[in-house]
Design a protein around this ligand. Structure first.
Ligand SMILES: *Cc1c(COP(=O)(O)O)cnc(C)c1O
Length: 424
């Protein structure tokens, strides 16, 4: 075996690369220990500190911490005053929580298909789905790529609709210099274990109006008129009053302890993911797969998900076979997402069919998310590239010595272009 064949030979990782494992450092650990020793585990001073830090990072004044983005979406819809039967237009290419929050709030989700290039909700499709009952638009900045907020904002203003942004992927993202979550009336963020800023479980709402943030906080803590930690403060006992039938959605100090230090490193982690993103673009360029769409010039991408598309006609293999083969090679992969109408509940309850949203359906059936955590080492990134390359060579049985040129950075219009054989 000469040197070259040895390098090309299969290299199996010693440990499984867990998809989405966060980068946790000593500062988070010490802050959690400090909460444990202080005896204050519930909603308290660290939540207030995390809220102030988040408001400063986003350049806003009104925020409310909660225990998830699902909760954030739910109470935002309620705080917006939507009534049962009101319609909210959103994307079929999202996590089920986006839809479930709408249903739990008593509103009716209406899907508008995504743009096949950007994978974000298509403003033209939003227009097509408007009815006299439409009250809100709920765009998701998919993978961290900002939606077309000029067009969506125009529709919302023209139709007098509430705008609620699902920013679960996009805490760092900007559109024309404006930060995500500040376009609409409510911006909802997730600090779930795999997201860009993690608290284990956690969420945040930012609002344009002060009274909306107060209402979100109130609904997130049983509908109490005052925060519990104010009640027990040193200035003397204060009675609370229940002013609405709220929910148990408050963030705890244990969670905020993580968030405070995670947020302090949000830009470092973003820069590392941008680096990994470029390494994937270079390492995977030339494989018969579609790479994720590059960020638009006037935007800042959040780099939350690196999603490739496995088109069975080009790869000679199915997406699911690719997922299994990557897992067997020790690489954790994800699917974001099967389109919402693929799930039996929504078919039964809403009557949705995947074919009604063909772009989201095709992406959902072809997409694979590669690991993109700031925790990845350069060796991890090289392992992912090797595993993907070897998987495609092994599964398709083809020789990629004359690779197809499908690098998205070079040719963003390639997605719907049929590939006819080798380009020699
Ligand atoms: C993760 C996620 C949510 C839900 O966030 P939680 O904090 O886990 O409730 C909602 N929308 C999208 C797009 C997500 O990725």
């Amino acid at each position: 075996m000469n040197q070259d064949t040895r390098t090309a030979a299969e290299h199996i990782r010693e440990s499984f690369l867990v998809f989405g494992a966060p980068r946790i450092e000593q500062a988070e650990i010490e802050e959690v220990v400090d909460s444990l020793t202080s005896g204050w585990l519930g909603t308290g001073p660290k939540v207030a500190r995390f809220e102030r830090a988040f408001a400063a990072y986003k350049g806003v004044r009104h925020v409310a911490a909660l225990n998830s983005c699902t909760a954030a979406l739910h109470v935002s819809i309620l705080a917006a005053g939507l009534q049962p039967g009101d319609e909210i237009i959103t994307t079929p290419l999202t996590f089920c929580a986006t839809i479930n929050a709408i249903v739990h709030a008593g509103a009716v989700p209406v899907l508008a298909d995504v743009d096949p290039q950007t994978m974000n909700i298509d403003p033209n499709e939003i227009e097509r789905r408007l009815t006299p009952r439409t009250r809100a638009i709920l765009p998701v900045h998919f993978a961290g790529r900002p939606c077309d907020m000029d067009a969506i904002g125009d529709i919302a203003r023209r139709q007098n609709l509430t705008l609620i942004e699902d920013c679960a992927h996009a805490v760092e993202a900007e559109y024309r210099g404006r930060k995500t979550g500040t376009f609409g009336d409510f911006g909802c963020f997730s600090f779930y274990a795999t997201k860009n800023v993690v608290t284990g479980e956690g969420g945040m709402v930012i609002t344009r109006r002060k009274e909306d943030a107060a209402r979100v906080s109130m609904l997130g803590l049983h509908g109490l008129s005052r925060d519990a930690w104010q009640r027990f403060s040193a200035d003397g006992y204060r009675h609370y009053e229940v002013v609405a039938c709220g929910f148990k959605y408050n963030m705890t100090d244990l969670q905020a302890a993580l968030g405070i230090h995670q947020l302090a490193r949000v830009e470092d982690n973003w820069a590392r993911r941008a680096e990994i993103w470029r390494a994937y673009n270079e390492g995977l360029c030339g494989l018969p797969i579609h790479l994720p769409p590059a960020a638009d010039a006037h935007t800042r991408h959040g780099y939350h998900l690196y999603t490739i598309l496995i088109d069975p006609l080009q790869c000679n293999t199915s997406r699911d076979a690719f997922l299994n083969a990557m897992t067997a090679r020790g690489i954790g992969v994800g699917v974001h997402y099967l389109s919402v109408p693929e799930h039996s509940y929504y078919q039964r309850a809403m009557g949705w069919k995947p074919e009604q949203y063909p772009n989201a359906m095709r992406i959902g059936r072809q997409t694979v998310s590669l690991p993109l955590s700031a925790r990845l080492t350069d060796d991890d990134v090289a392992d992912v590239v090797h595993a993907a390359t070897n998987t495609l060579a092994g599964l398709s049985g083809t020789n990629h010595s004359a690779p197809l040129q499908l690098c998205t950075e070079v040719d963003t219009a390639s997605l719907s272009v049929p590939i006819d054989g080798a380009q020699s």
